[in-house]
Design a protein around this ligand. Structure first.
Ligand SMILES: Cc1ncc(COP(=O)(O)O)c(C=O)c1O
Length: 402
């Protein structure tokens, strides 16, 4: 067997990270305070720097990417009994956040090429109760926002972009997260920009921004006394230590983004030469992809009928950092067995018991069974590492082809 190349380790950190964090510790200012009574400056500065990087009017740091979606839903007035259309292929948070605010996620099948929410299917799922669409830029790949925005406009729906995988991804020159009403990010440890935990929300609309701030800071208003609370919010604030690490990591981020983006383009063309291998489709409207994961569908006809489990085993044995993809949401026990909030009627949802039958979600079922994903640190590695992956896939194909 070939000796695997060295893949880049994750996370990447240096002395600057250590000094940014230790300076906060030494300062004794471990939280940010409120706009009128600022304590530390890390959260406020990070918000400005993240907004600047993405060219957003507003950015808010918060506890994590799950809470970021919950805050947006609440800020947009979505709650009890409302239906929210969510891609069926995503991490559970994109849908559990909907449940958390008392609303009902409705799962939408994916496009067979992009693995992203299928806009044609969205139309079929709209009912009088539908209030929003959560489009997840899975793997950092931007959804076809123009089409989704048009559907939202025609049906008076809000759009939340779940950008947990897409820090800096651009659709037609503009960052994801700025096309819909608001966009959410995760800074959890595995993410391309991370501080162990953390999240953020961006938007361009001042009114929505005010609502977001109220909700994430206990119903406060920026210029008012600290113990005045104007609406029902909660404490979703990020701590200063995490914000300091994020500021330091953000300085290194654009270079890492470019490297991953270039590696993905290289892999796309190298893998397209292997019959039956289909990386996540990148259309021309994508002019930058964060590539949190690099997802590949392999047609079982060209691989002797193997599924993702065997592929995963083969790639792991060859020393390639890979992972199984998310199980589609309709399959998860909490949705299949409807173990959700009491006193909410989920009977009209398109999942649960018999409705979670794989036949009702044919595309995601097909792709999931024969897909694998490469960790983003693979794309930060040098070209021999990428060539090794291409070579390994060819060998796996040879091994299993009859
Ligand atoms: C698509 C997606 N949305 C939301 C989240 C939630 O982010 P967090 O883990 O920071 O709560 C994740 C985390 O993996 C995710 O992958």
């Amino acid at each position: 067997m070939d000796i695997p190349p060295k893949f880049t380790n994750w996370p990447i950190w240096d002395d600057q990270d250590i000094s940014m964090v230790s300076n906060v510790i030494k300062s004794g200012n471990w939280w940010c305070g409120a706009p009128k009574n600022k304590v530390g400056n890390q959260v406020w500065d990070f918000q400005d720097e993240f907004a600047h990087y993405l060219n957003a009017n507003h950015a808010f740091a918060c506890t994590n990417g799950t809470h970021a979606i919950e805050i947006c839903l609440r800020a947009l007035g979505i709650g009890l009994g409302d239906e929210v259309i969510v891609s069926d292929w995503t991490f559970v948070a994109s849908a559990s956040a909907v449940v958390a605010v008392g609303a009902i996620p409705i799962f939408c099948d994916i496009d067979a090429k992009t693995f992203l929410i299928d806009s044609q299917q969205i139309k079929k799922l709209i009912t009088p109760k539908t209030k929003a669409i959560i489009c997840v830029h899975l793997g950092g790949m931007p959804c076809n926002l123009k089409v989704i925005l048009q559907i939202a406009k025609e049906n008076d729906l809000k759009i939340i972009e779940d950008c947990a995988h897409g820090h800096g991804s651009r659709y037609k020159g503009k960052s994801v997260g700025l096309w819909g009403d608001c966009g959410t990010f995760s800074f959890q440890a595995s993410k391309v920009l991370n501080a162990g935990e953390g999240g953020a929300i961006i938007c361009n609309d001042d009114h929505i921004a005010n609502k977001i701030y109220e909700i994430l800071d206990s119903g406060r208003h920026p210029g008012e006394w600290f113990y005045d609370h104007f609406t029902f919010g909660s404490d979703y604030r990020l701590g200063e230590l995490n914000a300091a690490l994020l500021r330091s990591q953000l300085k290194k981020y654009p270079k890492q983004f470019e490297k991953r983006n270039q590696s993905a383009i290289y892999l796309n063309s190298a893998l397209s030469l292997i019959p039956g291998v289909h990386p996540q489709k990148r259309y021309d409207y994508v002019d930058g992809c964060a590539n949190y994961v690099y997802i590949v569908y392999f047609d079982p006809e060209y691989f002797g009928g193997i599924d993702y489990k065997i592929m995963y085993k083969e790639l792991s044995q060859a020393g390639i950092p890979t992972d199984a993809c998310y199980p589609p949401l309709h399959r998860l026990e909490l949705f299949q067995k409807v173990k959700l909030l009491p006193n909410i009627d989920y009977s009209n949802a398109n999942w649960g018991n018999e409705k979670s039958n794989p036949e009702h979600f044919p595309i995601v079922e097909k792709i999931y069974r024969n897909a694998f994903q490469l960790d983003h640190r693979v794309l930060l590695s040098d070209q021999p590492a990428l060539d090794y992956i291409v070579g390994t896939l060819k060998k796996i194909q040879e091994k299993y082809s009859i």
